[in-house]
Ligand binder design. Structure first.
Ligand code: GLN
Length: 309
């Protein structure tokens, strides 16, 4: 495993075409696209890493996995009255389907659905308490109290969150947002501004791995369902392509991070800030394709020797 990760990090370091860093959140625009990190937390309790695996980055939409787990813990299956479980086939911030589908977002991993999840875990607490609970969940999952929210990144996102405000108002107009729009956007933007290293994120994802030593923060049934949603919706309109290339549940963020779960084996975090046309990490996706091919960890089976990538 260590040799494979080192090789993957070396290949990534040498890559010239690294994708484009997100610029619509000004704090993310200046991040050096030359970075790449990967970490693997295995079911037997080991942690491997290579490259810039100790550099903190903004997890952005990877946070939607933790937010969904928290929201499910709060209201259980009732959340599915307010958000669907189908891929949207559209970009993460699209408003297109909301009008046609009466303010019920397609899934909890596009922005509109994530705003509903945030509204759900915000329902009975103040934004400060709600964010405290979210951080507590992530810290417990990662077994690391050093994980925090980058306030500058949060404020930077809020100052240009025109799309998210419009999504939130749209949801509110259909009565599918209960807290005030400002509070939901404020809480959501802070949630996205959680900062972690690859090593911390790989550790935090262990609650989605089915093995005795993993933190039991959600029920078996919920873990399976969250993994299913990551597979079908975790990469927006690039979800089909990620499943095709990698064959494991994954959730991406515009900070360039991806959390990937091998359901009974490991939690994997990869990070490289340059994005592909879907807004998912370009080198992160390519690295995971190699990783999946070499380990045979696709949930769809092991490739034959010499099979095409
Ligand atoms: N905070 C970002 C946004 O709402 C998250 C998007 C993403 O990571 N895809 O635009």
């Amino acid at each position: 495993m260590q040799a494979l990760l080192t090789e993957i990090a070396e290949t990534a370091a040498a890559e010239a075409d690294r994708g484009k860093v997100a610029t619509y959140i000004s704090e993310l625009a200046g991040i050096d696209p030359g970075q790449f990190g990967i970490a693997v937390a295995t079911a037997d309790g080991r942690l491997f890493s290579a490259g810039d695996a100790d550099v903190p980055f903004s997890i952005q939409s990877v946070s939607k996995v933790f937010a969904l787990a928290l929201a499910l813990g709060r209201v259980g299956e009732q959340i599915w009255r307010r958000v669907g479980r189908e891929p949207s086939g559209l970009s993460f911030d699209s408003v297109l389907l909301l009008e046609r589908e009466n303010g019920i977002p397609r899934n909890p991993f596009i922005n509109a659905g994530a705003l509903v999840a945030t509204d759900t875990y915000l329902a009975t607490s103040s934004p400060r308490e709600a964010l405290g609970q979210l951080l507590q969940f992530i810290r417990a999952a990662a077994d690391d109290d050093g994980i925090h929210i980058n306030e500058t990144v949060a404020q930077s996102e809020i100052s240009t969150a025109h799309r998210n405000f419009s999504l939130a108002h749209y949801l509110a107009s259909f009565d599918n947002l209960h807290a005030p729009v400002d509070q939901v956007i404020g809480t959501y933007s802070h949630q996205c501004a959680v900062e972690m290293t690859c090593r911390q994120l790989a550790m935090a994802g262990r609650f989605l791995v089915d093995a005795p030593k993993m933190p039991g923060l959600v029920s078996v049934e919920r873990r399976r369902r969250i993994n299913a949603l990551m597979m079908t919706c975790g990469h927006y309109d690039g979800s089909g392509d990620f499943a095709f290339r990698v064959g494991m549940p994954g959730k991406s963020g515009v900070g360039g991070g991806i959390l990937v779960i091998s359901p009974s084996r490991a939690s994997i975090a990869v990070w490289s800030p340059g994005l592909n046309r879907y807004g998912n990490s370009k080198l992160g996706t390519e690295a995971m394709q190699t990783f999946s091919h070499r380990t045979g960890w696709s949930v769809f089976g092991v490739p034959h020797r010499g099979a095409e990538r």
